[in-house]
Ligand binder design. Structure first.
Ligand SMILES: [Zn+2]
Ligand SMILES: [Zn+2]
Length: 257
């Protein structure tokens, strides 16, 4: 009880000295917490069904998908993915894009936790997850290479993954999947270069720990799917029984094959 009072008093004091403001527009927030205001976040493009059953791309009505839950998009009809299913919470645009930049390039740690909660709550509401067998399930973030981790000081996907783990009540293993030094960033590469750039660049530090495990792989943004597909290939090669990909956002513009 005493602790709770002290905490409330401290939070109240901090709010009075540093009034909480929206990180995107700077307007005052009515309650504490370092997040975006309702007006800004109302413009976030939350992904709603119907979706491609495999990669989670939203299906436009003229695409002929309708409400057929076995529907596959044009890319998934042609490509064999190593992951089982991919889902994203938002379209990578507007306030979501701004928020991801704050988290990633300005080290906005609390923003990352807030986004991770949102992501987990949205994707966990999907039928696919409600029906999923959660035994032997674990969460693994897409890793950064040691080089890049040193430059950036933290892995944004690991922050998201820890929030997802808390919401879903599942264990998070951040060091299990590793990324080798020396790859170029995917940003700015063509689709073809993106696929060859990530090939063979991941390894599992303790392979015995992924055998027969159902893995939820967490990343911030899915663009071509090349990175998460390579992670899934590596994990399955070491005996993982399933790999689902959860990302906070997916690129608004799809890349061709
Ligand atoms: Zn705002
Ligand atoms: Zn698809």
């Amino acid at each position: 009880m005493g602790h709770k009072w002290a905490f409330c008093l401290l939070t109240g004091l901090l709010d009075a000295i540093f009034p909480p403001v929206c990180v995107l527009c700077g307007s005052r927030l009515s309650s504490g917490g370092i997040t975006a205001c309702k007006d800004c976040w109302a413009k976030a493009g939350e992904i709603v069904g119907p979706l491609c059953n495999k990669c989670g791309t939203p299906i436009l009505s003229q695409d002929g998908g309708g409400c057929d839950f076995t529907y596959l998009c044009g890319i998934c009809r042609q490509r064999e993915w190593h992951f089982d299913i991919a889902r994203a919470a938002y379209i990578f645009d507007g306030p979501v894009k701004d928020a991801i930049h704050l988290m990633k390039y300005q080290g906005h740690f609390l923003m990352g936790r807030w986004l991770g909660n949102k992501m987990a709550q949205i994707i966990a509401e999907e039928d696919y997850y409600k029906k999923k067998d959660k035994t032997h399930c674990m969460i693994i973030p897409v890793p950064l290479s040691p080089e890049r981790l040193r430059q950036r000081e933290f892995n944004q996907s690991a922050i998201l993954a820890s929030s997802v783990g808390r919401v879903l009540d599942l264990p998070v293993y951040s060091g299990l999947l590793e990324r080798l030094n020396g790859d170029r960033p995917q940003v700015g590469l063509t689709t073809k270069e993106r696929w060859s750039n990530v090939r063979g660049r991941f390894l599992v530090s303790s392979p015995e720990r992924v055998i027969n495990k159902r893995i939820i792989l967490v990343d911030d943004v899915i663009t071509t799917g090349a990175t998460v597909n390579e992670c899934a290939r590596t994990l399955k090669q070491k005996g993982a029984s399933a790999v689902d990909v959860w990302t906070l956002a997916r690129a608004a513009q799809r890349f061709s094959l």
